[in-house]
Ligand binder design. Structure first.
Ligand code: RIB
Length: 314
């Protein structure tokens, strides 16, 4: 595959870091039941950190804005992000535990996640706004729902002031504060999160419903659809649906984050939204073939090949 001529941009992620405690299990235990699992893996996660890592693996210059605890996990998290070449000068430390996420993964790759936010909830609006204002160059800012929404509001307001594009991944699913919605250029929910956003059922298989959702939300909308791919409605009010490639699924944990990080990489690099959608789907589909969260993301030649393929329109 010929390497595309892509000039990577600058991405900041305002969001969570967690230590992922992943149990691979033959099935989910019943209430009161104990079962023997297959294996256990400890890894670095958090939706914010995962998205930062994916954007970085594709070549973006990435800065992380976050708060870790003053425990061992906090230092390990900082070192992990630095190891990818991510700027951690705005990763702050607060007294108390870092974020953790116990995760169960079944043989078909289905995951169940509980997030205990810890220090993720100690990041302040002032810290986030100052960090965003302080990056020398910035094209795209990403936020999620594992830190308080008012922090993301402050970050997105600072991003808007300097002309950066804002992307909200409203995960875990919750309603969105109107002032946050008003500061979004793109919002990327999965089907469950879309229902939360719209306060009820929304059928992402129906183009008219998606168009209505975009108008109601008032910014660009991308709905990730798991193995069915994703659908995008931009400012031209046209629905673009792309299927995902068929792959052997090992672990779906972090696939949505791979999508968001790759989509943000593409926008920061000045690529068009259709290419961003293709790249997001390709990286997410690739990630589910390997176990873990950040460990499952495509990197090196594999990431370059997926980028080249997305740029070629395939
Ligand atoms: O999206 C997957 C992520 O959700 C995990 O890494 C976990 O930490 C939670 O944030």
């Amino acid at each position: 595959m010929v390497a595309p001529r892509v000039t990577p941009g600058h991405v900041a992620v305002v969001g969570s870091t967690n230590l992922d405690l992943i149990a691979y299990t033959p099935r989910i235990p019943e209430p009161g039941e104990t079962i023997i699992g297959d294996r256990f893996v400890m890894g670095f996660g958090g939706k914010g950190a995962n998205q930062a890592v994916m954007a970085r693996l594709l070549g973006a210059a990435v800065g992380m804005v976050n708060c870790v605890g003053d425990d061992a996990y906090g230092e390990l998290t900082r070192a992990n992000l630095s190891g990818f070449g991510i700027d951690v000068s705005h990763v702050y430390t607060a007294p108390g535990p870092s974020g953790v996420a116990p995760i169960w993964v079944e043989p078909d790759g289905t995951n169940r996640i509980i997030v205990i936010p810890g220090a993720n909830h100690r990041l302040t609006p002032g810290q986030a706004a100052a960090a965003i204002a302080g990056f020398p160059t910035l094209d795209v800012v990403i936020g999620q729902f594992e830190i308080p929404q008012e922090v993301t509001v402050a970050a997105f307001a600072a991003a808007r002031e300097r002309g950066a594009t804002t992307i909200l991944n409203p995960a875990p699913g919750a309603g969105v504060a109107p002032e946050l919605l008003g500061a979004c250029d793109w919002i990327i929910p999965n089907q469950v999160e879309l229902a939360h956003l719209l306060d009820g059922e929304a059928d992402p298989a129906d183009d008219a419903a998606l168009l209505g959702a975009r108008r109601r939300i008032g910014c660009g909308l991308v709905v990730t659809l798991g193995e069915a791919g994703a659908a995008l409605v931009g400012s031209d009010d046209r629905v673009l649906r792309l299927a995902a490639p068929r792959v052997a699924v090992t672990d779906t944990t972090g696939a949505g984050d791979a999508f968001v990080g790759a989509f943000a990489f593409a926008l920061a690099a000045g690529l068009d939204t259709a290419t961003a959608l293709r790249l997001g789907i390709a990286c997410a589909a690739d990630s589910v073939t390997r176990p873990g969260t950040q460990t499952s993301f495509p990197r090196g030649d594999r990431a370059a090949a997926l980028l080249a393929q997305a740029c070629s329109g395939a």
